[in-house]
Design a protein around this ligand. Structure first.
Ligand code: AMP
Length: 394
């Protein structure tokens, strides 16, 4: 069965066509700069790597262009839109309404719309992708895969904030969590690899956004992102944990308005705010040349991760493995080394040689006598969406 995975963002649509159950990637691509004059379409198959530029007025036009490429007599991979069995949609926020992947109905669309207040930058675009796909693939099943679903198992003590109860009961202010598709995917891979009867692991997703999850027997029990994807670790442009009173200081003493505070904390902070660079590759290169800000930012980044490891080992009363994933987690031996050094108390011992090897497979980078395993597992959110969509209808 062909499953088209769609990740519809504010100005882009990422897509992959995956054959299930063989998990074969048939084609992938990205439509960018939707709404601007110079839209860009990337389309990759085994024999084609195409880049087109053309105006893409809206998501409807973007998805239509994707369908034209999929159906193209020369470059295409399907003959008919009915060759797509399921369209699997990434939906960022499922609130408390969705703990699992679900088939899309009018009721589901309505709920995704209602939850938009919790994810105004994401859910409306995800919904737009769904509506357009329903029209373009009228005979395919449409499935929604929620980034928040993996965190529905968080116990109340981990998901509540210590603010008046009514804000939780009447206004749903709580930890929701994000990157759930990635945390779930690498958790399953880790558990297959570890083959333990019971397990306590920590998954560390370090990409543009960063988060950590404590997972006991495959179920999340704590997570570092919160009500929004701002909490916790130091990210590319987001501060992660700060004293919230800084916000009031910025407003009342320094005269910021709230929009400016929001932009500062989500787009101008994190590694960018500390160093002037967002991409960790640049920061590592500058640190090597002796740039003090970059050295400190790397140290701060790793220190924050270490603190969360400590907290989660305490929360789980033990640890079998930590898992690094996503752009930084998979590729930065520097961050992995900084995180794992001086962690004897948790039985974490990194093998420096294995840490520096490169591979696109799951790999163990701890020393043979390390009590806690250290794994690098490439994430694959699109495949996880395809797997969940396939399981839903079989
Ligand atoms: P993601 O959001 O998972 O695509 O991760 C993107 C981030 O991964 C980039 O912004 C980089 O900071 C980081 N990254 C990608 N490749 C490398 C690399 N080889 N070394 C260090 N960081 C990397």
């Amino acid at each position: 069965m062909n499953i088209l995975v769609i990740n519809s963002g504010s100005s882009s649509i990422k897509f992959q066509l995956i054959q299930m159950p063989s998990e074969t990637l048939v084609c992938s691509g990205l439509v960018e700069r939707i709404g601007e004059k110079d839209g860009i379409i990337n389309y990759i198959t085994d024999s084609n790597n195409i880049k087109l530029t053309c105006p893409i007025k809206n998501h409807n036009v973007g998805l239509k262009r994707i369908v034209e490429l999929l159906l193209d007599p020369e470059k295409g991979v399907i003959e008919n839109t009915d060759d797509i069995g399921i369209v699997g949609h990434r939906v960022v926020h499922g609130g408390n309404s969705f703990s699992n992947t679900t088939l899309i109905s009018e009721d589901v669309k309505q709920k995704i719309k209602e939850i938009s207040a919790l994810a105004p930058l994401h859910n409306p675009n995800n919904l737009e992708g769904i509506v357009v796909a329903e029209a373009l693939f009228p005979n395919a099943k449409q499935a929604a895969i929620f980034d928040t679903a993996f965190f529905q198992t968080l116990p109340e003590k981990a998901k509540r904030y210590a603010i008046p109860n009514s804000l939780y009961t009447d206004h749903n202010i709580q930890v929701y969590g994000f990157h759930g598709t990635s945390h779930k995917y690498v958790t399953e891979k880790a558990l297959q690899y570890l083959k333990l009867k019971t397990s306590k692991i920590i998954t560390i997703h370090l990409g543009n956004g960063c988060s950590m999850t404590a997972v006991v027997n495959g179920k999340s029990v704590d997570h570092s992102l919160g009500f929004t994807p701002s909490n916790g670790l130091i990210m590319g442009t987001r501060s992660g944990d700060i004293d919230h009173a800084i916000v009031f200081y910025l407003v009342t003493v320094l005269g910021f308005d709230l929009d400016k505070v929001n932009t500062l904390l989500t787009k101008e902070s994190g590694m960018l705010g500390l160093t002037g660079y967002n991409d960790l590759r640049d920061i590592q290169a500058q640190a090597e040349k002796g740039n003090k800000d970059c050295k400190l930012a790397l140290a701060m980044n790793a220190y924050r991760i270490k603190k969360y490891i400590g907290a989660y080992v305490a929360a789980m009363n033990g640890i079998d493995a930590i898992v690094f994933t996503a752009g930084i987690g998979e590729n930065s031996s520097v961050i992995r080394q900084l995180v794992c050094e001086d962690m004897d108390v948790f039985g974490i011992h990194l093998d420096a040689v294995k840490n520096n090897l490169r591979s696109s497979n799951i790999r163990e980078i701890n020393t043979t006598d390390s009590k806690t395993k250290v794994l690098v597992i490439p994430t694959n959110e699109e495949l996880e969406i395809a797997k969940q969509a396939y399981e839903l209808v079989h």
